[in-house]
Design a protein around this ligand. Sequence first.
Ligand code: APR
Ligand code: ZN
Length: 239
Amino acid sequence: MAKIYKNIVILTGAGISAESGLATFRSENGLWNKHRVEDVATIEAYWKNPDYVHDFYNQMRPELFNAKPNAAHLAITKLQEKYNSNINVITQNVDTLHEKAGNKNVWHIHGQINQIVCMNCGHVFETWGDVSSEDSCPHCGISAMLKPNIVFFGENLLYMDKVDELLQTCNLFISVGTSGVVYPAAGFVQVAKFYGADTIEVNLEETSNNYLFGRHIYGKAGKALPDLVNELLEQKEEA
Ligand code: APR
Ligand code: ZN
């Protein structure tokens, strides 16, 4: 019997951006195989050597600025436009490919590469350029307190009140391109399931929390997600 979902949540990880040419974190040539997390993605690393951390993200910015969304990102726009229900994207990615594809309701729980936060006054501003410890905050003027607005390990995720609300009300939870090893994001499926959602995982391979999902679609997101979107739209037609 065709099912219609009123509230859909799509959780995305680095795998959805892989076909746009962006590196994931934990594959053999992933980011965390070239850099130690402890050196570039913790607040201790930042205070120890702020410009080393800034350079890591400065080097990342041009590639992410030029990256183009792929069929997986575009499939989400198609679903949001044609399925007309409440569809939110919770992304762990700091790239802006969801926005470039026209996705709405995108929640960057790990922050964004093109945002800088002042740790003195909390002001967040956008830039695609380089940042260093010499730069001062455009709002309060202090220098050496600007940090990429990227959530480092051990820091609180962003938008968690909204995420809680979405997970408790969604009827369908789709996870795309995440290894499911970093919490709390890896636990979102458990919450959604507890509140009654159907759960689907789209990935190249089995992940560490794959036992939590009701359905698995193995394959590249650039093909698997458009196929799933078409299936959902057909189901809606039949209902
Ligand atoms: N299509 C679908 N899935 C893919 C594709 C693809 N084309 N390419 C890779 N994948 C899958 C991999 O199989 C893997 O399960 O994407 C996942 C990428 O896993 P990670 O590299 O661990 O990235 P992610 O899950 O997003 O990491 C979560 O960890 O380091 C932190 O903050 C960082 O947001 C990141 C978080
Ligand atoms: Zn400031």
